[in-house]
Structure formats: C-alpha cells, structure tokens
Design a protein around this ligand. Structure first.
Ligand SMILES: Cc1cc2nc3c(=O)[nH]c(=O)nc-3n(C[C@H](O)[C@H](O)[C@H](O)COP(=O)(O)OP(=O)(O)OC[C@H]3O[C@@H](n4cnc5c(N)ncnc54)[C@H](O)[C@@H]3O)c2cc1C
Length: 412
C-alpha cells in the first residue's frame, strides 16, 4: 500500500454527468482537480442512456418541471431547496450548455429534449475533451474504498482499490462524491458507497428500484395474445394518483412510462395494485349506452362498439370471470384492477430512489459531518420519473457542488 499526497485540490469520485459537471466548473475556475472512477472510462451509464436517444431534459414551464421531483419521506426532501438547485442550472441552460459543445438539441412532440443525433457518445467525447483541456486529471480503475482525515494537513485521505486489489491513497482538500445510484451495476454504479458512508455514520435512505416495470403473473393464453403489446391512451390510477399514458405488457408483468410515474405511490402501499381505465374518453353510462341493449357475447361486441384492442379484451378475460352484465363489464373496463407483486430487480431498472438524506447536507450540498466533502447526482435522496428529469437533476446538483467549492476555496 502506497500513501501519497497529490497536488490536486479537489477529488471528484465518479464520472457520471453529476461528477463531470462539477469537474467542468471547478477546473474552469482554475482549481486543480482529479476525477477518479472505478471503471476504465467515464460516463458508462450516460452512454447507456444514449441508446434510447439521451433525453437530456424536458421543454416545459420551470414550475411544472420542478413539480415532478420528490424524495422518500424520511429523507426529508424539500421541494423548495431542490427548486433552488434546479434553477441554478435549468432546462434552458442545459440546452445552451450542449450547444456550447457543438451539440444541437431538439424538442420532440412529447416535450422531451434530445441531441439531434439521438446519441450520447459525441456529446461525451467533446465534454471529456474539454475537461482535459481545462486540466482535469482522470484516474480510472480507482474504486473509492475509504475516507479518513488527512494527516498533518487539511482535507481527507482517500483510499482506492484497483481491479487487482492494490490499494493506493491520496490526500485532497475537497472531495465530491458523485457515485450514482445502484441500477445497472455493470456501468460502475453499484451502490457500494453505502459501506463508506456507514463507516462515517452518514445516513442514507435505502436504495430502491425506481422507473421500472412491476411483476404480475400472466397465464400463457393471455401472453399469446398480449405479450409485447401496449395498452395505449389509458388512465392509470393507484391510491390518489392518476396518470395518463401507456403501459407495455411483458412476459413478467408491466413496463412503461405510466407505471414509472406512479412508482413512489406503488412502493408506499402494503400491497401494490393499479386500476386501469381502458376507455377514459367515455363515461361508464356512455359505454353502457353504446352496447345498445345487447345481453350476450358482450366482450365480442365490445371490440366493435367500444373499439377495444385485442390485448385490452384479453386483459379483461384474464382478470375477470365472463359476464353478460353490461354494467359490470363497463365497470371492469373503467377500473380494471391488477395486483402487482414487486418491482423488477434493481440491477435492470432505470434509476434508484433513496440515497443520502437531506438532513446530512447543507445548502452547498456539503456533508455536515464531513466538512469539505460534497455530494451530487443520483446518490442523494431525490427521485423523478423518466422524461429528462433525472439527467437535469444530476447536472444541476453537480453545478451547485462545483459553485460551492469555487466559493469556499476563494474564501480560504
Ligand atoms: C437504461 C437507462 C436509460 C436512461 N435514460 C435516461 C434518459 O434518457 N434521461 C435521463 O434523464 N436519465 C436517464 N437515465 C438515468 C441517468 O443515466 C442517471 O440518473 C445518471 O446517469 C446518474 O448520474 P450520476 O452522475 O449521479 O451517476 P452515474 O451516471 O451512475 O455515474 C456514477 C459513476 O461513479 C462511478 N463509481 C461508482 N462507485 C464508485 C467508487 N466506489 N469509486 C469510484 N467510482 C465509482 C461509476 O463507475 C460511474 O461512472 C437512464 C438510465 C438507464 C440505466
């Protein structure tokens, strides 16, 4: 084991969007910094996000945009505090930033904003090039294992392990923790930082699967008709929450944006369930009237009279006993109940909820128990549905941390 003191003032741990953004600001201010990552290269989850086009943000009124964020109850998420972070680097600024790297963005019909090339790689390449030019040092294959106070100087001694399990330590005045959540661990975000925070008695909320599919056991007959098919233009409700959108029927249950949006509510229930309104544009009474007094073969008739898709009809057949009562059938169509077993395994979900509790962080996103150590990105206890909100939250919190370190080091 070698112990070394380095000249870089700031150590950034984690090369996702949050860490890269902090490095960008800090290095632009002329403060020396090094970015460590356990993987051979940075931005692996960012590149994975690029496979679906890299939804950077959403083009909508800022107050509406901010209202999509939340956090776990005990993590003491404070929307006002979070709003001040997002406003520091908002959904317009992120587009200007991409333009600054020569990447043009466009707004899709949904309001989601993507790079024109619908890829993350060109953006990441230019970003890393800019950081190198600004003097950021990259130390890859360095996995943070522990944090201790530096001996004889201000700051912290960070100990890293290499893939061959060699240990190396470096001292730094300031540290930025940007190690992400715990989904897609093959990208490097494995949530192992929880052990490090345990050693320091920094509290965090349990990391849980978010923006993910939920399990429900379908029978073979249903899957033959409905697997891989969407239920479109539906209303989906759970408790008090109601969302519009679509879900995809999969072998194991349900996926899709509508179910991602109600993840927090589903996780809060002792027994998760949803109710789907398969025909939200018609009232119950309108559906009954459209059946024109028919008393037999109602589901077959529903195909024409209610324009039900084959998968929607199969769903009703799967969930309920056959009925010739038109009132009952209309009730089932307006509120088709599906009990859900559990979310998909954390390894394969888009993001994780939970993370460092807000009570551990001050306004600058510095850990109260470890002055000089900051946190940003998905490892803090905030959450949001898909739609560009996640990326925006990482960029904005990375910006807050970058600015905080610049300010603190100027005051020293
Ligand atoms: C399939 C998929 C698609 C997505 N699409 C979108 C999208 O279109 N839009 C959107 O807004 N969001 C999307 N996301 C979510 C988004 O990618 C993440 O929220 C975001 O990358 C989190 O950024 P971060 O900087 O906090 O952490 P990460 O991007 O997870 O980066 C963390 C970094 O820390 C490193 N690290 C972890 N532990 C250590 C350690 N102990 N020592 C050293 N380094 C360590 C990791 O190797 C990694 O490089 C998607 C996610 C997935 C999985």
């Amino acid at each position: 084991m070698s112990s070394q003191s380095t000249s870089e003032t700031v150590a950034i741990i984690g090369g996702g969007p949050a860490g890269l953004r902090a490095a960008e600001l800090i290095s632009a201010a002329g403060i020396s910094c090094v970015l460590y990552d356990s993987m051979p290269s940075v931005g692996r989850k960012f590149l994975v996000a690029g496979k679906s086009g890299l939804n950077l943000t959403k083009d909508e009124d800022l107050d509406t945009f901010i209202s999509y964020y939340g956090g776990s109850h005990n993590g003491q998420f404070d929307l006002q505090r979070w709003a001040s972070i997002i406003k520091e680097f908002d959904n317009k600024m992120i587009r200007e930033w991409a333009e600054g790297l020569g990447i043009t963005t466009f707004t899709a019909n949904s309001g989601k904003v993507f790079p024109e090339a619908m890829k993350a790689a060109p953006l990441l390449r230019r970003w890393v090039h800019k950081l190198r030019e600004q003097g950021v040092n990259f130390r890859m294959r360095h996995k943070l294992a522990s944090i201790a106070p530096a001996e004889k100087e201000q700051g912290y001694k960070l100990t890293f392990t290499s893939p061959l399990d060699e240990r190396t330590s470096y001292n730094h005045r300031y540290v930025v923790l940007a190690m992400g959540g715990a989904s897609w661990p093959q990208t490097g975000s494995d949530g192992a930082w929880r052990d490090i925070l345990d050693q320091q008695q920094v509290c965090y909320q349990t990391l849980q699967a978010d923006n993910c599919g939920w399990m429900h056991p379908w029978n073979d007959e249903f899957l033959k008709i409905a697997e891989g098919k969407p239920l479109k233009n539906i209303h989906l409700s759970c408790g008090d929450q109601k969302v519009t959108g679509e879900v995809m029927i999969t072998k194991y249950g349900l996926e899709g944006s509508a179910i991602y949006q109600i993840g927090r509510t589903l996780r809060s229930l002792p027994k998760a369930y949803i109710e789907i309104d398969l025909k939200p544009t018609f009232t119950h009474d309108q559906l009954v009237a459209k059946m024109g007094g028919k008393q037999h073969g109602l589901l077959r008739e529903a195909k024409y009279r209610w324009k039900l898709s084959p998968q929607a009809m199969a769903l009703i057949k799967h969930q309920y006993k056959h009925t010739n009562d038109v009132n009952l059938l209309a009730t089932q169509i307006k509120a088709c109940r599906i009990d859900l077993d559990s979310p998909r395994p954390i390894d394969e979900v888009i993001s994780t909820s939970g993370g460092i509790c807000w009570s551990e962080l001050n306004e600058q996103l510095m850990l109260n128990k470890l002055p000089g150590i900051f946190a940003c990105g998905e490892m803090i206890d905030w959450e949001a549905p898909t739609g560009g909100y996640l990326m925006q939250g990482c960029f904005a919190s990375g910006t807050r941390v970058g600015k905080s370190i610049i300010q603190m080091s100027a005051e020293e």
